[in-house]
Design a protein. Structure first.
Length: 276
C-alpha cells in the first residue's frame, strides 16, 4: 500500500507555506501580520523543539543540491535515523498545536499557499512514512537523484498547469495592489521560477541589481546625501548588501524582500530628484 501524503502533517510544507504568508504580508506592508507570523514560527520552531528537529530532517534532503551520489546517500541515511529518533506521538501533538495556531491566529488559507518544491517535500514525507520496503527504496532513489540535481525538471513538470495558472491569478489579485511595476515584475519571475530552474529570475535579478546599484551610487553624489552622514551610511549599507547577493541563492525570501524594499527606495529617490 502506497503512503498517502497529508500536507498539514508535513512539517516542511507547513513551514514553507507560512514563510510565503510572511513574505506576502511584508509586501502588503502589513507589519502587524508579519510580526504575528514570525512570532508563531519562533514559538513552534525554537531550539530543541520537535518541529525544529523534524524540519531539519526534511531540510537536509531538499536544501542540498548538486551533491555527489555517495554523499547524498549518506545524508539520506542520517536523516532517516534522525527522523526515527523523534517520537511520532509527541510530534503529532506539536503539529496539531501548530495547525491550530495557524487556523486561529493567521488563516486556514495558509495551507493552500503555493510552495514551488511541493512535490519534493511530498516525496520526502512519503519516504519517511511508507510501510512498503519497495516504495521506500523507489522514493529514496528519487530523493538522491534530486539531491544530485538530475531530476529537478521532472519534479516540477508534474505540477498541474491549470492549478498553477489559478495560483498565479489569485496571487496577482491578492498582492498586486500598490506595488511598483518593477516589483510586480520581480514577483512574477519569483513565483514562476520553479518551472525553469530560476533561469529567468536569475537573469532579471542580475539586471535589476545592477540598475539599483547604479541609481544608489548616483544618489551618493547628491549634496543632500553627502551632507547627511546617517543617510550616506545607510545608502552604502544597502549597496553593500546588494553586492553580497551576487553569490546568494535568489529564491531566498530574505533576498526577495530586500530587493523589493530597495526598489521602493530607488523610486523615492527618483521622485525626490524630479521634484527638486
Amino acid at each position: 500500500m502506497k503512503a498517502k501524503h497529508n500536507k498539514k502533517r508535513n512539517t516542511a510544507f507547513v513551514y514553507e507555506a507560512l514563510l510565503k504568508e510572511a513574505v506576502a504580508s511584508i509586501i502588503k506592508k502589513d507589519l502587524k501580520e508579519s510580526k504575528k507570523i514570525v512570532n508563531l514560527i519562533r514559538k513552534h520552531f525554537g531550539p530543541g523543539s520537535l518541529l525544529r528537529r523534524d524540519l531539519e530532517c526534511y531540510r537536509s534532503l531538499y536544501e542540498n543540491q548538486s551533491l555527489d551520489k555517495a554523499i547524498g546517500e549518506r545524508i539520506l541515511k542520517e536523516a532517516t535515523i534522525a527522523k526515527k529518533m523523534i517520537s511520532q506521538d509527541d510530534l503529532f501533538i506539536q503539529q496539531s498545536e501548530f495547525i491550530k495556531d495557524i487556523n486561529k491566529n493567521v488563516s486556514p488559507s495558509v495551507f493552500n499557499n503555493f510552495v514551488p518544491n511541493y512535490r519534493t517535500l511530498a516525496t520526502i514525507n512519503k519516504m519517511f512514512n511508507t510501510p512498503s520496503p519497495k516504495e521506500k527504496v523507489i522514493l529514496e532513489n528519487k530523493i538522491i537523484e534530486n539531491m544530485a540535481g538530475t531530476t529537478e525538471e521532472s519534479m516540477v513538470q508534474d505540477i498541474d498547469n491549470f492549478s498553477y495558472k489559478v495560483f498565479v491569478n489569485k496571487f496577482n489579485e491578492r498582492y498586486s495592489d500598490g506595488l511598483l511595476k518593477e516589483q510586480k515584475e520581480l514577483l512574477g519571475y519569483y513565483i514562476t521560477s520553479f518551472a525553469d530552474n530560476s533561469i529567468e529570475l536569475k537573469m532579471f535579478m542580475n539586471e535589476e541589481l545592477g540598475r539599483l546599484k547604479n541609481v544608489l551610487n548616483e544618489a551618493l553624489a547628491k549634496e543632500e546625501i553627502q551632507t547627511d552622514t546617517e543617510m550616506k551610511q545607510k545608502t552604502l549599507q544597502v549597496i553593500e548588501r546588494l553586492n553580497e547577493f551576487g553569490t546568494t541563492e535568489v529564491k531566498r525570501e530574505k533576498v526577495l524582500i530586500t530587493v523589493l524594499k530597495t526598489q521602493q527606495l530607488v523610486r523615492e529617490i527618483y521622485k525626490d530628484g524630479s521634484s527638486n
